[in-house]
Design a binder for this molecule. Structure first.
Ligand code: GDU
Length: 348
């Protein structure tokens, strides 16, 4: 058992990435204190690794009370809406939640003495990138309100006097920790790996129906200017991503200055290559995806240059694409996953 290294406030810790990071913090000897509104998150995930308090990050009195109760030494901020398509349909909702409430959260915790913040940002801040692989200095020109709201939240965080921060810009996060009872549990589920895996693992028909997967997985666009015509992304295992958060936290607590890091593997996989890897991992050589038109707003290629995270934070991702697919499949087979998504669908 490691010594207690103090409380870390984790907003959105009942969500996919936040819950895996809370688990990793606990293993590293910290005590995560999760705050989550449960608008998107799941109570069982929020309660997994430490104390949990239900409330909204835009509620300054709630956030201040949690700070008074636990006296956190730092905060990791995940709470946000994450769907690009929804952000285009409801931009005001995205700016209110991802930018304005984040600003209230940052200002409230700073006033309570929490001066070190790690922020969950995204490759979506780069929009259609001007160069690939993408560096932290590549021009930030978001092409949707989701990316713009995250970029403005980063800027709001850096504007607070006396606060040191790290913005971590994630590329495509996948996989889970089914052995610990955690995994990706979104409703709706737009991400490619769950959508490939679910129809291949005999998921219940009601689940496939509710996720729009009754007809199986479809490639969204086969006419991109890439090696096989399907879009290329940089996939990173959620537990490798979680390790980067612990390293970023140690960096700040150890005296490091405000900084920004891209987090990806540096390897690009096309959607067809993900299909091929899934055939192998799930032993389904017969699997043939359908084809559908391009999804609006999808860039052809997003691959990270993460050399800065490697050199400054000492971060090395260890888990490859097959491990992401295998751990996703194992998680999506669990009753907890199935029951949670069906309950969310009914409640929506
Ligand atoms: O059923 C599907 C689902 C996705 N895709 C394709 O798979 C690729 C990856 O799609 P994801 O939705 O998994 O990932 P994105 O790159 O679109 O999204 C990532 O970047 C977004 C911002 O750009 C958000 O941050 C999002 O949460 C994050 O996973 C895209 O080319 C997409 O069109 C398919 O072909 N079929």
């Amino acid at each position: 058992m490691q010594p207690d290294k103090g409380h870390i406030l984790v907003s959105g810790g009942a969500g996919y990435i936040g819950s895996h990071v809370a688990l990793t913090l606990k293993k590293a000897g910290f005590t995560p204190v999760v705050v989550d509104s449960l608008v998107k998150g799941n109570r069982w995930a929020g309660e997994k690794s430490g104390p949990f308090r239900q409330g909204d990050i835009g509620d300054a009195a709630f956030v201040a009370a949690v700070c008074d109760e636990f006296k956190p030494v730092a905060a990791l901020h995940f709470a946000a809406f994450i769907e690009v398509g929804e952000s285009v349909a409801k931009p005001d909702m995205y700016f209110a939640n991802n930018r304005d409430k984040a600003k209230i959260f940052f200002e409230t915790i700073a006033a309570k003495g929490v001066k070190n913040i790690v922020f969950s940002s995204t490759a979506a801040v780069y929009g259609e990138p001007e160069e690939v692989p993408i560096k932290e200095t590549t021009a930030q020109k978001p092409i949707n309100p989701y990316g713009q709201s995250k970029l403005e939240a980063e800027q709001a965080m850096r504007a607070i006097a006396g606060v040191k921060s790290v913005a971590l810009r994630y590329f495509n996060v996948a996989g889970g920790a089914p052995e610990a009872g955690l995994g990706e549990t979104h409703y709706p589920e737009t991400h490619v790996i769950p959508r490939i895996v679910l129809p291949l693992i005999d998921a219940p028909a009601a689940l496939l129906d509710t996720l729009g997967l009754k007809a199986g997985f479809k490639l969204f666009g086969t006419d991109y200017p890439t090696r096989d015509g399907t879009a290329v992304r940089d996939y990173i295992h959620v537990l490798d991503l979680a390790d980067a958060h612990v390293l970023a936290l140690r960096y700040l607590l150890g005296g490091g200055d405000t900084n920004i890091f891209n987090l990806g593997s540096g390897d690009g996989f096309s959607v067809s290559e993900i299909v091929a890897a899934t055939r192998k991992v799930l032993n389904r050589p017969d699997f043939a995806p359908g084809v559908a038109p391009r999804r609006a707003g999808d860039p052809a290629t997003l691959v990270a240059d993460s050399s800065k995270a490697r050199s400054v934070l000492g971060w090395t991702p260890h888990r490859g694409i097959e491990e992401m697919i295998a751990s996703a499949a194992e998680w999506h087979r669990t009753q907890l996953y199935v029951d949670t998504v069906i309950a969310k669908a009914r409640a929506s």
